[in-house]
Design a protein around this ligand. Structure first.
Ligand code: AMP
Ligand code: ZN
Length: 481
């Protein structure tokens, strides 16, 4: 079997995507609101999209992946006004930082990353369609609201009770974000108000700006058409964001907006959702600086749990209150250990390729391949997929030695498996700044033929587990071990 099974939030069942065909899988994922540096909780969501896309490609599906950049909403406007910079300059800054983090984490770039503000005419058209169909209406201030009572399917994705829906009937909510208890008609288009400053578009709907929910429907329509295959986001987006996306898209097109809805669970810290408003967040930069982590270790830590399970970033703190400081990031230590084991295995595969073709080796490898494929195919079970790799490592190690052909086959499997995970290939090793300084001192001393100083620097490097070598006619080199 090659088709991917995914747990669909709408039907609450695993659904079969069907076998790969010629047409690309139309894949939409909700991107970042670019008003702040993203935290590793957000990055968990983006890496989930990345692993999903990689899995699709690996299973043979062509994919067209669209991820929006929310560069106009309540938060971006507030942020840019607080700094007195233009909305575009403000959101560009955070877009660049976001892309830097994503590149560092080895995420494949989406095929299209549309900025919401570049599509205001399309959004206005969509609102017009909804007004024409009588499922949207104007309020006194000129804003346009979606009438949830006019869309019978409202609440299906988030399983809203009829009671909750009734409670909200007739009311309106202007904010982009609100809770289930506050379910009400939501804003598609917001008439200009003082808090918007100079953020406004003059359109057929009047002077104003789009609501957040509208963005994703208009961008998906524009880049993928009116029906998608997979729509992804974090669980916090199920209500109201995705509920509203379904309502406005389906009311306008009369078609199913997305065949499958997939949602990743949250990254927690100290048992609580990592969130900007709770001020309990860490960015990728924080983890690199505070924990000395590599982006590869962070990627491993964030993808290693099943996407539908909560994942707790374990941190050990010292001190109390204001003085409380993180002293150890336990989850990253675990990731580091796991990656060390895999890297060591990669080295051993070559080093121990001194024997015969191992008895049963081919069968063992074939089993790992089957199990790995099944783990990926069955709702993207990354922990199981990693388990398959570690079990193989254990069993191959037990063989003691093997021939070069077997080493190559096992290595080829790991390389292939890494097309899904994107963590198995070691980063090029680098020296820490103090190690680099010693290495430079050793080279300079050799040049100056100051053998005593060179020996001293070499010994200091050896004490740190670094061996140096200088061969005639080639650059001096170093290696760990
Ligand atoms: P935002 O920029 O707030 O719109 O969030 C971008 C993405 O990050 C959305 O898919 C959210 O669902 C997701 N997200 C936010 N916080 C977390 C968290 N703590 N763990 C996992 N995903 C999150
Ligand atoms: Zn969205």
């Amino acid at each position: 079997m090659t088709s991917l099974l995914l747990f669909d939030t709408l039907t609450r069942q695993k659904q079969d995507l069907g076998p790969p065909g010629q047409a690309p899988v139309r894949f939409y994922s909700c991107g970042p609101t670019v008003y702040n540096r993203v935290h590793v909780g957000n990055l968990r969501a983006f890496l989930f999209y990345d692993v999903l896309k990689r899995a699709l490609l690996w299973l043979g599906y062509p994919v067209r992946h669209v991820m929006n950049l929310t560069d106009v909403d309540d938060k971006t406007i507030k942020g840019s006004r607080a700094e007195s910079v233009s909305l575009r300059a403000f959101t560009e800054r955070y877009t660049e930082l976001f892309l830097k983090d994503m590149d560092a984490l080895g995420a494949l770039r989406p095929d299209v990353m549309p900025r919401a503000t570049d599509y205001v005419p399309q959004m206005v058209d969509l609102v017009q369609r909804l007004l024409d169909k009588g499922v949207a209406y104007r309020s006194d201030d000129g804003s346009v609201y979606f009438k949830i009572g006019a869309f019978p399917g409202y609440g299906r994705l988030s399983h809203l009770e009829a009671r909750t829906l009734q409670a909200g009937a007739g009311g309106r909510v202007a904010q982009d974000e609100y809770e289930k208890e506050d379910v009400q008609d939501f804003a598609l288009w917001k008439a200009w108000s003082e808090e918007d400053g100079d953020v406004a578009w003059d359109t057929a709907l009047g002077k104003g700006r789009p609501g957040w929910h509208l963005e994703c429907s208009a961008l998906a329509f524009e880049h993928l058409g009116e029906s998608l295959d997979i729509h992804a986001g974090g669980v916090d987006l199920v209500f109201p964001h995705h509920e509203n996306e379904i309502a406005q898209s389906e009311a306008a097109s009369g078609k199913t907006f997305s065949r499958l809805w997939v949602h990743n669970e949250h990254l927690l810290v100290g048992g609580q959702k990592m969130a900007k408003r709770l001020k309990n967040f860490f960015t990728l930069g924080d983890l690199v600086q505070l924990a000395g982590a590599t982006p590869r270790e962070v990627r491993y830590a964030l993808i290693s749990a099943h996407y539908r399970s909560q994942l707790n970033l374990q941190v050990t703190y010292e001190g109390e209150g204001e003085a409380r400081r993180p002293v150890r990031f336990d989850s990253l230590e675990v990731a580091r250990g796991a990656l060390r084991r895999l890297d060591q295995f990669r080295k051993d595969l070559q080093a121990k390729a001194t024997g015969e073709a191992p008895a049963g080796g081919a069968e063992r490898l074939a089993r790992a391949k089957d199990e790995y494929r099944e783990a990926v195919r069955d709702d993207l079970n990354v922990p199981r997929a990693l388990g398959v790799l570690f079990e193989l490592v254990t069993d191959v190690n037990k063989l003691g030695a093997w021939d070069a052909a077997y080493a190559r086959e096992v290595q080829a499997f790991l390389d292939d498996a890494d097309r899904v995970l994107g963590v198995l290939t070691p980063e090029p090793e680098a020296l820490a700044p103090d190690e680099q300084a010693l290495f430079e001192r050793w080279k300079a001393a050799r040049e100056a033929k100051d053998w005593a100083a060179a020996d001293e620097a070499r010994a200091a490097l050896q004490a740190k587990g670094i061996q140096v070598q200088a061969r005639k006619g080639s650059e001096p080199t170093w290696a760990r071990g």
